[in-house]
Structure formats: structure tokens, C-alpha cells
Design a protein around this ligand. Structure first.
Ligand code: SF4
Ligand code: SF4
Length: 182
């Protein structure tokens, strides 16, 4: 039986009780992603942001995830250990409802890339810079989704040609390529 492929999943566990809101993680993340690297730092460009409400002792480090093109219509408030967290406090999306996770100059969405670099870092920099262990790095292996074998693609093309004819298929592929370049 063919062995299923594995993929490496990187995770960062966030302990909101340990975070003291120092924002060192924001500083190092924005410096790492500056161009050239480490030439500047600006938390507004960071891919981790700390939701802070010192009066309520609330500090929530949040990693930038996927971009959402529309606002949520319903929102939740969480109360944990007697602390009420604001709506959107745990949300990782850049979305039209707030300025978080948007590149300040271009407005383009930012996303955590786990400090992708070559050679790879032993741990993401925000984890390394957090002095109180509020961020813990972990890795695990998961079975990867089966990818279509090239053979499957060939069979698919053949059946399209059988159904619509070679000329029609080529005409559609050419049209798609042109519209993708536009
Ligand atoms: S570096 Fe650690 S303690 Fe400081 S804000 Fe970030 S997560 Fe919180
Ligand atoms: S893992 Fe790297 S890219 Fe992601 S938030 Fe932390 S410092 Fe930024």
C-alpha cells in the first residue's frame, strides 16, 4: 500500500494569562519583515498584534491569519475568568471593520508566515523575544491531502477532448490564459 504523505504543521500556543503587553513580539516581527530586514520597526506592520486593555488586565496576542473580504454580521463577546474580551479580540483576520493586520502604506493584508527564512529559524522570533513564555512554539506532523496525480490530470484532459473536441478545449485554454494575464 502506498505511504501517505506527511506535512509539517507549525503552531504557536498563546497564554493570555502570562502576556504582560510589553509588545516586544510586535517590534521584532515588524523588524524581521522590514525591507531591508531589521532596517526599521513599526508595530503597525507586525503580523502579531497585542489587544490591550490595561485597566482590565487584558492582553491578547493575536497572529494575522487569512484576509476576510467582508465584516461578520454577528459577533461574539467572550467572558473568561471574569474578564470580558472585546468583540473581535481573538479574530485573526484582516477585514474591513478594523485597521489590524493591514500594511499601513498599501492597505494590503498581512499574514503571519512563521518567520519563513532560509536557513530556517529554530523558533519564530516573536516566541524567542517573549520573555515570559506567553508564546510557545510547537510542531506536529499531519497526513497531507491526496494531490491529484499527473495521470489523473491527463485522463481529465483526454475526456474533455473526447467530449468537446481538441479545438474547443485549446480555444478555452487560450482564452483563460489571456484573461489571467490582463
Ligand atoms: S512579547 Fe510576550 S509578553 Fe510581550 S506582548 Fe508579546 S506575547 Fe505578550
Ligand atoms: S511567527 Fe514570525 S511572522 Fe509570525 S507573528 Fe511571529 S514574528 Fe511575526
Amino acid at each position: 500500500m502506498a505511504e501517505r504523505k506527511k506535512k509539517l504543521v507549525k503552531t504557536i500556543k498563546v497564554d493570555v494569562d502570562k502576556c504582560n503587553g510589553c509588545r516586544a513580539c510586535e517590534v521584532i516581527c515588524s523588524a524581521f519583515h522590514a525591507a531591508p530586514r531589521y532596517s526599521s520597526n513599526n508595530p503597525a506592520r507586525s503580523r502579531i498584534r497585542v489587544i490591550r486593555d490595561p485597566m482590565k488586565d487584558i492582553y491578547v496576542p493575536v497572529y494575522a491569519g487569512e484576509n476576510a473580504r467582508a465584516e461578520c454580521l454577528g459577533r461574539d463577546k467572550y467572558v473568561i475568568d471574569g474578564k470580558e474580551y472585546e468583540e473581535c479580540a481573538f479574530c485573526r483576520s484582516s477585514c474591513p471593520s478594523r485597521d489590524l493586520f493591514k500594511e499601513p502604506d498599501s492597505g494590503l493584508p498581512l499574514k503571519c508566515d512563521m518567520c519563513e527564512s532560509d536557513p530556517e529559524l529554530e523558533k519564530p522570533l516573536c516566541v524567542q523575544w517573549c520573555q515570559v513564555d506567553a508564546l510557545t512554539y510547537g510542531e506536529r506532523e499531519e497526513e497531507a491531502e491526496e494531490e491529484a496525480e499527473p495521470g489523473d490530470v491527463e485522463v481529465g484532459v483526454e475526456s474533455l477532448v473526447d467530449t468537446y473536441g481538441w479545438e474547443k478545449v485549446m480555444e478555452t485554454v487560450t482564452r483563460l490564459s489571456i484573461s489571467k494575464k490582463d
